[in-house]
Write a protein that binds this ligand. Structure first.
Ligand code: GDP
Ligand code: IMO
Ligand code: MG
Length: 426
């Protein structure tokens, strides 16, 4: 039995989906424990691309069980669309293979309306650049103890009542503060009622399922969404998402206390960020364009162009401190091929000092200056290389420099989007 967790170490989109898909071979069960359909996890197998927003990235393996934990916020409409899309690709999703915790909070149409109205009302630098999927407002209702949970779908009268109570406040905000049309109670109810019949068969006691797997000595793989710098507490607040993305949240968000034998931090070989907020190593120049174009850096959820920059070891040190990785999966190394010199940020200059971890005051990340170390690049296309020994010397040195700075071993290198474009280092 070997339990594993895969998490994003940067600002999301590190390639977690691909890594989870690969590691699923060694697992019995795959569990999402936070976030919602703000996530977009891309899997490419034999040239075919799948983008998953809610369903765990283990779903392409027909013999594995996938679970959506209580810490996730689930949009019922997106869930149904996702199973339909997978079904159309010949992947049939049954309640034997996929379950949703009864404690999972549901994203309602008014959460999305509020998310979008708030963003639209903010100007310039104040915008967070959310995905507009209602994530923040749904987590707010959970904390305010007025949320609607998946298990409530078994009692539609309760749902009707909860919608009615929630709308008193939401409509007041939408109308008075944001000048929007109010949301109609009956319409929301009918929309949810229509989807309930499809969702109810998937409801389960997720804690119990994980417990049974553990008692039978089966391996469980926990799939993180977003990245450490988007964590609600530890990220670049307020430019963050609304859940804890650190590995410590997996137990709470899945409903089972686990010890992990493998903690896999996914590190993109450079840095990207989608949405607003400070990004010290951002390269709004030819280097950033190289990464953006060669890495096809467009958001998997919103299609927005991702901002690109050099690898930031300061935020990675923070990810190590907060999440305790036992190993690193290094992705998109192929994208750096062709650059003469590759920079890595080893520290920040901040208020006349050099610091090795991000400063903690709000917006202080906007006031740091990166300190770089230059490493020689390589010209060879590495996207079809299958083993470590065949890698160009300078690519090996880049990987070794990351290991040295973080004192963590790189166990897997990804050199292209496909499952096959992966080098395991034993
Ligand atoms: P996630 O949210 O962390 O799962 O990452 P995304 O799927 O949003 O973004 C990663 C993107 O990079 C996807 O389009 C992947 O198909 C792609 N990708 C993953 N690994 C590699 C790699 O090693 N090389 C290249 N070129 N693309 C990759
Ligand atoms: P995956 O799992 C990249 C970003 C949004 C925005 C901020 C808040 O694919 O790595 P939200 O809609 O969550 O309230 O938006 O968080 N964001 C992501 N960026 N990858 C993601 O997920 C993200 N999920 C949210 O762009 O800046
Ligand atoms: Mg993504």
């Amino acid at each position: 039995m070997s339990n594993m967790i895969v998490f994003g170490t940067q600002w999301g989109d590190e390639g977690k989906g691909k890594i989870v898909d690969i590691l699923t071979e060694d697992a019995h069960m795959i569990v999402r424990y936070q976030g919602g359909n703000n996530a977009g996890h891309t899997l490419v197998t034999h040239g075919k691309t799948f983008i998953l927003h809610l369903i765990p990235s283990g779903i392409l393996h027909p013999d594995k069980i996938c679970l959506i934990g209580n810490g996730v916020v689930l949009d019922p409409e997106v869930f149904c669309q996702e199973i339909d899309k997978l079904g159309a690709s010949g992947i049939s999703i049954t309640p034997e293979r996929l379950a949703i915790s009864k404690k999972t909070h549901l994203i309602m149409p008014y959460h999305k309306a509020l998310d979008q109205a708030r963003e639209a009302a903010k100007s310039g630098q104040d915008k967070i650049g959310t995905t507009g999927r209602g994530i923040g407002p749904c987590y707010e209702d959970k904390m305010a103890r007025i949320g609607i949970r998946a298990g409530d779908l078994q009692d539609l009268e309760l749902v009707r009542e909860k919608i009615s109570k929630a709308l008193v406040e939401k409509n007041s905000l939408l109308k008075t503060l944001y000048g929007q049309e109010p949301v109609d109670h009956q319409q929301v109810f009918e929309h949810i009622q229509g989807l309930a019949a499809r969702l109810v068969p998937f409801l389960a006691d997720v804690s119990e399922k994980i417990q049974q797997a553990a008692e039978n000595g089966k391996s469980v793989l926990f799939e993180g969404a977003q990245g450490v710098q988007l964590d609600i507490d530890h990220g670049t607040y307020p430019f963050v998402t609304s859940s804890n993305t650190v590995t410590g949240n997996a137990s709470a968000g899945a409903g089972y206390l686990y010890s992990m034998s493998r903690v896999i931090g996914v590190v993109k070989a450079y840095t990207t960020r989608v949405g607003q907020g400070p990004f010290p190593c951002e390269q709004d120049n030819e280097f950033g364009s190289h990464m953006q174009e060669k890495g096809a850096e467009f958001g998997s959820t919103t299609g927005r162009r991702r901002r690109c920059g050099w690898l930031d070891l300061v935020i990675l040190r923070e990810a190590v401190r907060l999440c305790g990785p036992t190993e690193i999966a290094l992705t998109k190394l192929d994208v750096l091929s062709g650059l003469k010199t590759i920079r890595v940020c080893t520290g920040y200059k901040y208020q006349d000092r050099t610091i090795l971890y991000p400063p903690q005051e709000e917006n202080s990340m906007a006031g740091v200056t990166p300190v770089y170390e230059d490493l020689p690049g390589w010209d060879t296309d590495i996207s079809s290389i299958k083993s470590w020994k065949d890698m160009p010397e300078n690519a090996k040195n880049y990987v070794k420099a990351i290991e040295k700075h973080l004192n963590i071993r790189v166990s897997l290198i990804s050199v292209g989007p496909d499952r096959d474009q992966t080098i395991r280092i034993s």
